[in-house]
Design a protein around this ligand. Structure first.
Ligand code: ZN
Length: 75
């Protein structure tokens, strides 16, 4: 098991990182975006939100989640 950290493309916004999904993985485990609910086919944007790991289909959903979903959850 070697960590695939280090060579991330571009500068990420927060402390998130991309997780590549291999077919063997996503065929058995369906990964859905925590924001829009879409099934993520190839890679997940995994980021720590408020101390909890969240998975999104992209950076757009992360910001969407932070601005729309989190305030509702915080009530
Ligand atoms: Zn999404």
């Amino acid at each position: 098991m070697s960590g695939a950290a280090g060579a991330g493309p571009g500068g990420a916004a927060g402390g998130g990182h991309w997780v590549e999904l291999k077919p063997a993985v996503w065929e058995t485990v369906v990964r859905a975006c925590d924001c829009c609910g879409q099934v993520v086919p190839k890679r997940l944007w995994v980021v720590d939100v408020e101390g909890r790991e969240r998975r999104f289909c992209g950076l757009e959903c992360e910001s969407l989640y932070r601005s729309y979903v989190l305030p509702k959850l915080a009530r």
